[in-house]
Design a protein around this ligand. Sequence first.
Ligand SMILES: Cc1cc2nc3c(=O)[nH]c(=O)nc-3n(C[C@H](O)[C@H](O)[C@H](O)COP(=O)(O)O)c2cc1C
Length: 222
Amino acid sequence: MNALILTGSPKGRKSASFALASKLAEGLLENNVFVSHEPVHAGLRTEEGTRRLLDAVDGTDLVVLAFPLYVDSLPAPLTRLLELVAERRTRVASPGTPRLAAIVQCGFPEAHQCDTAVGICRLFAERTGMRWAGALAMGMGGSIGGDIGRLPGGGKHILDALKMAAESLAKGGAIPVEATTLFAKPLMPRWMYTMVGNLGWRMQMRKNKARRPLTYRPYSQG
Ligand SMILES: Cc1cc2nc3c(=O)[nH]c(=O)nc-3n(C[C@H](O)[C@H](O)[C@H](O)COP(=O)(O)O)c2cc1C
């Protein structure tokens, strides 16, 4: 079996998307799946790269989209790639292949913020004749950075969920509901995430010598 993991963060290898996708790739490899891992932003910059991505989608058994939530949706280059795939599949496509799964994470604390983006991926699979294989979605993505290991408890429940997902996907199944539920579990108490996030913003402000207060809203009516 072949799997193609498409990462949709412009931060590339430093992104949370890449860190999560890499762990899924490890799990798939352990289960004898041949994995290729492609960054979408870089690929779409050239015609040749775009063709390579489209050919890779055509030639694989499983596609996994790993991306950050952007405005309740997918980052624009990933949306563009899906448009190109959809266009191509009206001409050449075997119904039911490849299977499509997604790993989504977002900056807000709640995993359910990702529901719309997961729905978009599921509808895309259904309308292009792919087979939907489920999703893993989590909030508090900002705390991952590029390293799952630095999470409280070493990110154990995230790693367990990715392992369960990899095992099932490698057998031709979908991501189990147990894995989705485990992955969505908050990484830390909400107050802690917000406190650390606010501290991070203040440190960035100081580093960038920003003079306005964090709450500055020049276009606000109220
Ligand atoms: C342009 C932009 C839009 C975003 N929109 C949302 C959003 O709608 N909801 C949310 O919870 N987080 C949002 N975020 C936060 C990212 O999803 C979050 O920082 C994520 O962990 C980044 O993942 P990455 O490291 O893989 O790029 C947004 C970030 C950016 C840069």
